[in-house]
Design a protein around this ligand. Structure first.
Ligand code: TRP
Length: 331
């Protein structure tokens, strides 16, 4: 039988090269595996825990949708939808909340990190915490369980959330009998954690990212900003210690990578490496960027595609929610 593979991205920032290499690219590859039925969605209501400006929120949500499509997600093969278009998820969210201990939520790392920060700054422990943020893992559990998900491809920071989903599913199943599939997470061990402009992990919170679809000139500018050491051009360099090389590897052909390695060893100036990096990145991103810009200029097209996906999703979720409600004694 086919396995369901599901993942979501929340619209809280512009997609950057690190997101692409670490999450989107591997997810798109998994969607092509014949034994998987993929469901990929925009976790917009998760984004609402953070983004409280309507215009920005709308743009960010469309941005995620356009990114997936521009990079080759085929909505004929992948169930591709916006979380907020599937109301059954939110009904399930409430039901599952009644099977989630508050203590479990207290231990969820995103919430705990804020509490710890508040403590260290001697503020009220719950300063800046809205209930959406606190309940975040329950909604994510509803996302996952609603579609009987077997496999959730995520980054390491999301492992705990998938474990929480298993815990909640188990406590429901224990009470009403086998209902929910226990999901497993899938970490792409072989995907790179890309460094950002300053050499630390590329991350919005470090403000060191290269947005995936910046225009050419800006891309060149950002690449020029990438930190290098002060070795002279003729000095032999270690490719594996170079941020430029790590990014280069993701966008160049295997042959180009080999050549670049040799040039590092025999001596190449950083300016030349940067020029080459721009060349391969731009070559790779040119077409998706164009498609992205086209889609962003025609949001009604995105709405149309997402609407079809939501219909497919709802044909599954409404049926399953009925069963669940029968089990708990509502219908
Ligand atoms: N919490 C995930 C993140 O921040 C996004 C997300 C929401 C998600 N619901 C999900 C991921 C369900 C996988 C499955 O990256």
């Amino acid at each position: 039988m086919e396995k369901t593979i599901l993942t979501g991205i929340k619209p809280t920032g512009q997609i950057h090269v690190g997101n692409y290499v670490g999450a989107i690219k591997p997810a798109l590859e998994l969607a092509k595996v014949p034994e998987y039925e993929a469901a990929y969605f925009i976790a917009d209501y998760h984004g609402l825990t953070k983004i409280h400006d309507a215009k920005e929120f709308r743009q960010l949500s469309y941005g995620i949708a356009a990114t997936w499509l521009a990079l080759g997600l085929d909505p004929e093969k992948v169930i591709f939808y916006r979380q907020s278009d599937v109301p059954e998820i939110f009904e399930l969210n409430w039901i599952l909340g009644c099977f989630s201990s508050k203590g479990l939520m207290n231990r969820a790392h995103a919430y705990k990190a804020i509490v710890d920060q508040n403590k260290s700054q001697e503020r009220d422990v719950d300063y800046g915490v809205n209930m959406g943020l606190f309940n975040y893992p329950i909604l994510m559990t509803a996302d996952i369980l609603m579609f009987k998900t077997d496999v959730v491809p995520v980054g390491k920071d999301q492992i705990q959330h998938v474990e929480i989903a298993r815990d909640i599913a188990e406590s429901f199943n224990k009470n009403y009998g086998e209902t929910f599939v226990l999901p497993e997470y899938k970490i792409q061990e072989d995907t790179a954690v890309l460094p950002g402009l300053d050499g630390r992990k590329m991350s919005k919170s470090y403000n060191n990212t290269i947005p995936l679809f910046v225009e050419e000139k800006k891309l060149q500018k950002l690449i020029n900003k990438i930190k290098t050491d002060s070795l002279p051009p003729e000095a032999s360099k270690d490719p594996d210690a170079s941020v430029l090389f790590m990014i280069y590897k993701e966008f160049a052909t295997p042959l180009e990578v080999e050549k670049m390695k040799e040039q590092f060893v025999s001596g190449i100036g950083w300016g030349d490496v940067k020029r080459e990096l721009f060349h391969v990145m731009n070559r790779y991103l040119e077409q998706p960027r164009e498609k992205y810009n086209e889609l962003m200029a025609a949001p009604e097209k995105l709405d149309e595609i997402l609407k079809v996906g939501a219909e497919t999703a709802r044909s599954i979720s409404s049926q399953f929610l009925k069963e669940i409600k029968q089990k708990i004694g509502i219908q």
